[in-house]
Ligand binder design. Structure first.
Ligand code: SIN
Ligand code: FE2
Length: 199
């Protein structure tokens, strides 16, 4: 089943528990090779979310701004995209291209992500596909202009959101995490995978 939240299509329980567990294993392998880091925002404040990436490009941020890079801050190329994430993109994205970047966000119980647009990519015809694993997250969605009305949905483990078409540039963010609402990750927390075409 899918629901429309401010133009963003959320495929509820898209992933079986088994698939979620395998995907978590694939993510763990990536994180072992390319450790999570806590980026600085251009303002100089540290993000509360820790992140790393897989694929040709990884998203990162520091005082110089938001951007994609071909290497992890430690100088290594990003590991290959997790295969299950690629399958999910091919299932739901509805475009011929494959994603070039898989951002891996890790939220502990206190982490959040302020309202923002995803606009560091060259081709806005390509959707953004976002996969939720682990603890539930309160996802807020607005319109393409800052300051408008917003709607919220609790994203659960296995849900997959697609931001495309008229909703591609909608503001969105994570207000809070419901700690210990899932048993998928033994130490709790939430993983979000964001798949995007970059160039
Ligand atoms: C993001 O928009 O960067 C992350 C969204 C999420 O964690 O679900
Ligand atoms: Fe985003």
């Amino acid at each position: 089943m899918s629901v429309d939240v401010g133009g963003i299509v959320v495929h509820l329980e898209h992933l079986t528990a088994e698939k979620q567990a395998v995907l978590v294993e694939q993510v763990r392998r990536i994180v072992r090779a390319a450790p999570l880091f806590r980026p600085e925002m251009p303002s100089g404040r540290k993000m509360s979310v820790r992140m790393t990436s897989a694929g040709t490009f990884g998203w990162t941020s520091d005082r110089a701004g938001y951007r994609y890079e071909r290497q992890h801050p430690n100088g290594m190329d990003w590991p290959p995209m997790p295969p299950i994430a690629l399958d999910i993109w091919r299932d739901v994205a509805g475009v011929a291209r494959d994603p070039q970047s898989c951002l891996i966000n890790f939220y502990d119980g206190d982490a959040k992500m302020g309202l923002h647009q995803d606009r560091d990519e060259a081709d806005m015809e390509m959707p953004v596909v976002s996969i939720s694993l682990g603890d539930e997250a309160l996802f807020r969605v607005g319109g393409a202009k800052r300051g408008g009305k917003t709607q919220s949905i609790w994203l659960k483990s296995g849900d997959v959101a697609v931001m495309g078409g008229a909703a591609r540039l909608n503001y969105h963010g994570i207000d809070r995490i419901r700690a210990n609402s899932s048993t998928l990750l033994p130490n709790g927390g939430r993983i979000n995978l964001t798949l995007r075409c970059v160039d």
